[in-house]
Write a protein that binds this ligand. Structure first.
Ligand SMILES: Nc1ncnc2c1ncn2[C@@H]1O[C@H](COP(=O)(O)OP(=O)(O)O)[C@@H](O)[C@H]1O
Ligand code: SF4
Ligand SMILES: [Mg+2]
Length: 331
């Protein structure tokens, strides 16, 4: 390790998660490795069902168990393996040290409490603050996430806010105790395009201001270019490509990433049919042998059907789980 490499805040090592389902064991996460340093943003990308949320839930300690089960790996956060902690120790980490922002603010917020009460509750419970001080803190937080007229609106209920404003409230909840890591799981998916961009800008601004680690889960490569430092692309529960964000846009080293990039709608291609990766994501009860992507891959050949590609080293600190990454990179 060189002096330039910041100590990781979070390091997920060889994580495995499976679910017992009616059809058999669904292998949702199959050896995921990623790290996030202080102040760094990692974007996790991949189609629906690739294991992005399950990995995040395992990190947060909110995995649905059963039917879920962590069958291997480590989640090292601030130097401790979270999987070795007792539930009460784990609970202390959650909220204070790491917090999560979900896609659907309306179901994550309590409909019968004002937003001020919900925000204030964090300070009452965790910091032992008086109700009055907690309310002032709530207003401060609402200001911080740029909700106009915060003091006038602090007594309103979640349904009185627009979708974008509700998402800001959820971001405020996550920020309340100044955690060192925030996981945002598709935080803008439910919003319309203009509002998506505003919420994403806010996240980018906040993480710069607060120097926190951010894991941004999304299936939309279009939104991450300005926010993320690096990208991990997931397919069938594995990281298939990892790279600094700009490298990936310039030249993906995995055919799946290439497909994702070519699926981004571009203004200059109006009217043209959008490239979409052919076929469907695999059934996780029966993941294809060899490279899981082979049934959909334009570069696939015999070895791909039998040999699982490791994450090959690609120059400049990148990684690609493709036997033919050089071809993908230069082709
Ligand atoms: N609560 C659950 N019960 C059973 N299977 C689940 C559950 N949560 C996730 N899975 C399985 O894990 C897979 C990956 O899920 P997820 O991580 O949510 O995907 P995404 O990449 O879209 O976030 C799902 O396709 C499903 O097979
Ligand atoms: S290993 Fe083979 S099937 Fe998998 S992505 Fe590379 S070329 Fe395609
Ligand atoms: Mg998800």
């Amino acid at each position: 390790m060189t002096a330039a490499t910041p100590a990781p805040l979070l390091e997920v090592r060889d994580l495995h998660v499976e679910f017992r389902t009616r059809d058999g064991i669904a292998k949702a996460v199959n050896g995921v490795n990623y790290r996030v340093a202080e102040g760094e943003t990692l974007a996790v990308l991949g189609e629906s069902g690739s294991g992005k949320s399950v990995t995040a839930q395992a990190v947060m300690g909110i995995l649905d168990m059963p039917p879920g089960r962590i069958t291997g790996g480590e989640i090292v956060f601030q130097g401790r393996d979270l999987l070795q902690l007792r539930e009460d120790e784990r609970q202390k980490v959650r909220g204070r040290e790491m917090a999560m922002i979900f896609q659907d603010a309306l179901s994550a917020l309590n409909p019968v409490l004002s937003v001020g009460e919900q925000l204030g509750e964090m300070f009452v419970v965790h910091r032992g603050m008086s109700r009055k001080d907690a309310k002032n803190k709530a207003v401060e937080l609402m200001d911080r996430v740029r909700i106009p007229a915060a003091r006038e609106r602090v007594g309103q209920f979640p349904h009185q806010f627009s979708g974008g404003m509700r998402q800001r409230i959820m971001i405020a909840m996550a920020l309340a105790l100044e955690p060192s890591l925030i996981i945002a799981d598709e935080p803008t998916t439910a919003l319309d395009v203009t509002v998506q961009a505003q919420v994403m800008d806010l996240l980018a601004e906040l993480r710069r201001e607060l120097d926190m680690g951010l894991i941004l889960i999304t299936h939309d490569l279009g939104v991450v270019a300005d926010v993320a430092d690096k990208i991990a692309v997931m397919y069938a529960g594995r990281i298939v490509e990892s790279a600094p964000v700009h490298d990936i846009y310039k030249a993906p080293a995995h055919p799946y990433t290439k497909g994702l990039l070519e699926s981004i709608p571009r203004l200059d291609q109006k009217g043209q049919e959008l490239y979409a990766i052919k076929g469907l994501p695999p059934n996780l009860v029966r993941i294809p042998p060899g490279c899981a992507f082979h049934p959909r891959c334009p570069l696939a050949r015999d070895v791909c059907r039998t040999d699982v590609p490791p994450l090959y080293d690609v120059p400049d600190g990148r990684g690609s789980a493709c036997h033919f990454w050089q071809e993908a990179l230069h082709g």
